[in-house]
Write a protein that binds this ligand. Structure first.
Ligand code: ATP
Ligand code: MG
Length: 248
């Protein structure tokens, strides 16, 4: 579905993304992990044409999308939900969705309300008068209105309570079950382990680890060196607990 080859991005003279290769299949959830400043956000922004002067080959279903404008890339099906959610504070939930619905193709607001019943309850609240979790749902809901093939989520669980994180896990899994490919950047390792089946670690703009969840669980050196996590131990146990809770 999405294939990225030899991606390079720069801010001025700083070479931030240094030859990244990524692959995400339809219905697959993949995580991109790394320390602060590793270049995760820059990678996601580069994929949707938000970092000028990026180089490399980005293909969606075999067709090149690199070099296109962000709105064209979104129409083709690659949609970024940015780190700080990017919703309009002064507009209501309904109005935020209405704008995206007009730009989007196919999905309707009522489909988003079905996916996020909480948003339906808050439809008249302004964007700055809903909780952080509801803001994240609104941001994902807006992206869903674009009928994405690939969703890029930048730190979706940031600042959210564990119970809301569980809800997001269900939602992200549901979207993947519909065939949407999801690339999730996260600091929340438990979320990644619960939701993603493959993981990449980025360090100083380069992919330094790539593997399945099992391989990631066993890669204690990489976890220690690049994520300061060490052996899976507690975090793997937590992920198991989350999975059990969700599957109940
Ligand atoms: N607009 C910008 N102009 C110049 N440098 C930038 C800009 N945005 C980010 N950088 C720098 O690029 C590097 C990578 O930043 P990026 O935001 O991609 O990291 P990240 O992995 O997403 O980090 P975090 O986990 O803190 O979100 C950092 O050194 C950062 O300071
Ligand atoms: Mg970031």
């Amino acid at each position: 579905m999405l294939s990225v080859r030899d991606l390079h991005s720069y801010y001025g003279k700083s070479h931030i993304v240094q030859g990244v290769d990524l692959d995400i299949g339809a219905g697959e959830i993949v995580s991109l992990l790394g320390r602060n400043g590793a270049g995760k956000t820059t990678t996601l922004k580069s994929l949707v044409g938000l970092v000028s002067g990026s180089e490399g080959r980005v293909e969606l279903d075999g067709r090149r999308i690199d070099g296109n404008r962000t709105c064209a890339i979104a129409r083709q099906g690659v949609v970024l939900v940015p780190e700080h959610r990017g919703i309009f504070a002064e507009l209501t939930v309904e109005e935020n969705l209405a704008i995206a619905e007009r730009r989007g193709s196919g999905r309707t607001r009522s489909a988003v309300y079905d996916l996020f019943p909480r948003l339906a309850e808050r439809r008249c609240n302004r964007g700055d008068a809903i909780s952080g979790g509801e803001q994240q749902m609104l941001a994902i809901g807006r992206a869903v209105l674009c009928s994405p093939k690939v969703l890029l989520l930048d730190e979706p669980t940031e600042g959210l309570a564990p119970v809301i994180v569980d809800e997001l896990i269900r939602i992200v899994r549901g979207l993947a079950q519909e065939g949407i490919a999801v690339l999730v950047v996260e600091q929340n390792i438990r979320f990644c382990e619960a939701v993603a089946s493959r993981h990449y670690i980025l360090s100083q703009g380069k992919i330094v680890f790539e593997g399945t969840s099992d391989e990631f669980g066993r890669a204690s050196d990489a976890r220690e060196t690049y994520l300061a996590l060490g052996s899976p131990g507690k975090s793997a146990g937590d992920a198991q607990t989350i999975r059990q809770g969700i599957n109940q």
